[in-house]
Design a protein around this ligand. Structure first.
Ligand code: PRP
Ligand code: URA
Length: 211
């Protein structure tokens, strides 16, 4: 499979923070902060191709043409629940971004995603859309979220996850070869319960302190 749309992070700060996330001793408060910080660092990379246009600005010295983000800007779409943990990290970079939500949970037996809530900013067609979910495991949730966004007219889609399994990356690439995929770290494999190994456990539970 062609990899030109897949970006795997190598920055030492991102790798260090992911290692802290993995540690089972990391409590909810620190876990949340780390997820947000990693989202900001990854967002800096993922948004490096936002289009610019020159606008006129008057400085205290003179008037000049200077670049600003062009067009309809950004929509952020977290996959509930765990994707919520990444939202403020991206809003720190682009405070004016619109935020949609896609609610999916994985069935414990089949591991297939079930939809329970979806609301996107409208119109969505001209926006760059960043789908956020810390975990790309089987890929079922990511594929369903991108399906939904495309059905509503979304075109320029980026998927950002902190940890991915090879199985999930393959499934997402096969279903949506046109989207850009940003990954904090590629892990080894899924286990028999479709959890990522070594992973970090259940991201939603660790962010929200549930079990
Ligand atoms: C987790 C995670 C992803 C999904 C990944 O959510 O946040 O959305 O699993 O798994 P997949 O790639 O196999 O679909 P979960 O369904 O546990 O819901 P939660 O975020 O509400 O805990
Ligand atoms: N969802 C999670 O939160 N963790 C995994 O390892 C797999 C799916």
């Amino acid at each position: 499979m062609e990899n030109k749309n897949v970006f795997i992070m190598t920055h030492p700060l991102i790798q260090h923070k992911i290692s802290l996330l993995r540690d089972q001793r990391t409590g909810t408060n620190e876990f949340r902060k780390l997820i947000e910080e990693i989202a900001t660092l990854m967002g800096y990379e993922a948004l490096s191709d936002l289009p610019l246009e020159d606008v006129e600005v008057t400085t205290p010295i003179e008037t000049c043409m200077t670049p600003m983000i062009a067009g309809k800007k950004l929509a952020i779409v977290p996959i509930l629940r765990a994707g919520l943990g990444m939202v403020n990290g991206i809003l720190a970079l682009v405070p004016t971004a619109k935020v949609g939500h896609i609610g999916l949970y994985r069935d414990h037996e089949t591991h297939e995603p079930h939809e329970y809530y979806c609301k996107l900013p409208s119109p969505i067609e001209l926006r760059t859309i960043c789908v956020l979910d810390p975990m790309l495991a089987t890929g079922g949730s990511a594929v369903a979220a991108v399906d939904f966004i495309k059905q509503h007219g979304g075109k320029n889609i980026k998927f950002m996850c902190i940890i991915a399994a090879p199985e999930g990356l393959k499934r997402l690439q096969e279903a949506h070869p046109d989207i850009q995929i940003y990954i904090g770290h590629m892990d080894r494999q899924l286990n028999e319960n479709a959890y990522i190994c070594p992973g970090l456990g259940d991201a939603g539970d660790r962010i929200f302190g549930t079990k």
